[in-house]
Design a protein around this ligand. Structure first.
Ligand SMILES: Nc1ncnc2c1ncn2[C@@H]1O[C@H](COP(=O)(O)OP(=O)(O)OP(=O)(O)O)[C@@H](O)[C@H]1O
Ligand SMILES: O=P(O)(O)OC[C@@]1(O)O[C@H](CO)[C@@H](O)[C@@H]1O
Length: 304
């Protein structure tokens, strides 16, 4: 079974305005509310791909109930810990450009945090746990470490999609997949990256430090897969970008879901890129139909 963990879910409130005027009244041209948070997005795309999974994490208040209802309506399995405080609302403002304002998230009490750890004590050896997104500040910086230790105790694999120290500290525990984009990769090592060769150099460092598969996404410029033996580059299909929110999460869903089903990293890479692009070309997340339409357009070539 695949589990996703979203420590800090959100209602993504997508607001479109014709021409943003700061310090003035703006009227919305269009708005849309979506259940969000990185792990929840991964669960929704896994579901489209027909990969059984359960979404875990913290939900609270009226916003948390909204997300739980939406997931139930779409028959997405979930087993959240319900907390006293409200789940955040993240604003995604489309005004020609995309501006995002993400909330801090609710206060998570110690006993609520423990309830999530208890859920992970039932993991089994061939389970995969996908840990995605930011943690609410009240959880403390080491909460991902506790989750990773819980995975380790049962022999389950884990995937981690976060940034900074939490990601670097996870590497020694051998994550199945990490997926920084090329900007995040440069930030992780405190460098400026100017070429594909440099991306490969720093991507390989993540592998040397413990990751089993390194995916580097480069938005419309394609993606790289770095494994112990090879480096592959994928082209992305062409299309009109409608929404890049959740493109990275969709890529993780496509990659991990396909790796889980087939054990084939190249097919997983193809599915990951197709799923990311299918989301980029849609208002909401990728649908099965759009992923299948794009899958044959993804070309993969070995670089070494
Ligand atoms: N302009 C684009 N054209 C085609 N595909 C795209 C485009 N932007 C994103 N994608 C698809 O989505 C994948 C992930 O994109 P990106 O590199 O933007 O990840 P990310 O920064 O983690 O995304 P986000 O944080 O917005 O979810 C890409 O590998 C690609 O498949
Ligand atoms: O604040 P975080 O946890 O880093 O990111 C949260 C978020 O921006 O990520 C998802 C897209 O990847 C959105 O659904 C959500 O609003």
């Amino acid at each position: 079974m695949i589990y996703t963990v979203t420590l800090n879910p959100s209602i993504d409130y997508i607001v479109e305005v014709e021409d943003l005027k700061l310090g003035d009244l703006n009227r919305m041209k269009r708005d849309l509310k979506l259940p969000g948070g990185k792990g929840i997005n991964v669960s929704r795309v896994l579901d489209q791909l027909g990969v059984e999974n359960t979404a875990l994490g913290f939900l609270g208040g009226f916003t948390g109930r909204y997300i739980a209802d939406k997931l139930r309506e779409d028959s997405i399995q979930s087993d959240f810990v319900f907390v006293a405080d409200d789940t955040r609302i993240n604003i995604k403002l489309k005004h020609g450009d995309e501006t995002e304002i993400n909330g801090l998230g609710p206060v998570i009490r110690d006993e609520e945090a423990q309830q999530l750890l208890d859920k992970l004590s039932h993991l089994q050896e061939n389970d995969i746990v996908i840990l995605s997104g930011s943690a609410p500040p009240s959880l403390g910086g080491d909460f991902y470490q506790k989750l990773i230790e819980a995975c380790g105790q049962s022999g389950a694999e884990f995937v981690i999609d976060t940034t900074g120290k939490a990601l670097m500290n996870a590497l020694v525990h051998k994550p199945l997949v990490v997926k920084p984009n090329h900007h995040e990769l440069a930030e992780l090592y405190g460098v400026t990256i100017n070429s594909i060769e440099e991306i490969v150099t720093y991507g390989r460092k993540l592998l040397e430090e413990g990751a089993k598969h390194v995916l580097i996404s480069m938005a419309g410029e394609g993606a790289l897969l770095i494994t112990q033996n090879n480096v592959y580059r994928a082209t992305v299909p062409s299309g009109t970008v409608k929404n890049s929110v959740g493109a990275g999460d969709s890529m993780i869903a496509g990659f991990v879901g396909t790796l889980f089903l087939t054990g084939d990293p190249i097919e997983a890479f193809r599915a990951g890129v197709a799923s990311g692009s299918a989301t980029a070309f849609s208002d909401d997340l990728a649908t099965k139909e759009e992923i299948e339409r794009l899958r044959p357009q993804v070309e993969i070539v070995p670089l070494s």
